[in-house]
Design a protein around this ligand. Structure first.
Ligand SMILES: [Zn+2]
Length: 291
């Protein structure tokens, strides 16, 4: 009994703070265009696209927030949800999948999202029914959504979704607006792929495009255009450190590499300045091993 009580104590003390935080959290809706909304809660930003007769949702945050998210969508539109798209497999973007993926909804994502969610033992309602490899054009009554896979960026299963008429793009975690990016090397992400992916988005959109980042505030073309040179600079500096024979610890400690961007607050989020230095270091070492 004592053991059981202790186990119960452990479970409640571990689960409650996060659960409480989500219980008290409010979903904030930002109008992006007349037909497109960005929902901010906890985890990855959600995009809601209201079409002539149907609704497209991109990413689903955490299951614990699904009821609140449903209420918020109902406030925006009474049209039915028909498509759910996942930008990648991480739980803060797919956790609510099974609560939205009804018989009337088609869940779309890259093949590696299906692979990784399956590996993680997720049930059928969590899994994409429509799997994309490189590119897919989702033709709606009044809009075409381009779903484009980018290779080894944040993970090995990232897609960005470009709403061609509304001129809005959801980049998933291929963009952390105003913060250093989390690059999930264990799930196939890489610094070089991340930069290439951002360039691909920049080449697909135009200067008027509004950008929904995976995390952070709604962004502009210019926000992305100025972010890429930062990553290119960090990669080049750390590549030079490696060429000069510096080891991981030395790169981790070398504040001067990121100083300029730390001052702008890039290291204040989920990924600290030390963490981005070690991530890029690890990624570059992995890349040389792969060659
Ligand atoms: Zn992610």
């Amino acid at each position: 009994m004592k053991k059981l009580l202790f186990a119960l104590f452990l479970i409640t003390s571990l689960v409650s703070p996060a659960q409480n935080r989500l219980d008290n959290l409010e979903i904030i809706t930002h109008e992006v265009t007349q037909n497109v909304y960005m929902l901010e809660g906890s985890g990855g930003n959600i995009l809601i696209q209201v079409g002539e007769s149907e609704v497209v949702m991109i990413d689903s945050q955490y299951a614990a927030l699904s009821d609140k998210i449903k209420k918020e969508i109902a406030r925006i539109t009474d049209k039915p949800l028909t498509y759910l798209i996942n930008t990648h497999y991480h739980g803060d973007h797919t956790g609510g999948n099974e609560n939205f993926n009804t018989d009337k909804v088609t869940l779309i994502a890259h093949a590696n999202v299906l692979n990784r969610l399956t590996e993680n033992g997720k049930n059928e309602n969590f899994l994409p029914e429509k799997v994309i490899e490189e590119e897919f054009e989702l033709s709606l009554v009044d809009e075409n959504d381009l779903i484009i896979h980018v290779h080894h960026a944040h993970t090995d299963g990232d897609s960005f979704i470009y709403l061609t008429k509304n001129n809005v793009v959801h980049m998933g975690d291929v963009f952390f607006n105003g913060r250093y990016p989390f690059i999930d090397l264990d799930s196939g992400g890489s610094i070089s792929g991340y930069i290439t992916a951002q360039k691909r988005v920049l080449n697909t959109i135009n200067e008027e495009t509004k950008i929904v980042p995976g995390h952070g505030a709604l962004a502009s073309y210019n926000d992305l255009a100025t972010y890429i040179p930062m990553l290119v600079d960090l990669k080049a500096q750390i590549q030079k450190e490696i060429s000069d024979g510096k080891n991981r610890k030395e790169v981790a400690k070398n504040n001067s590499i990121t100083k300029k961007y730390d001052a702008l607050g890039f290291g204040d989020g989920f990924v600290s300045s030390e963490r981005i230095r070690t991530t890029i270091y690890d990624s570059l070492i992995l890349e040389t091993k792969d060659k």
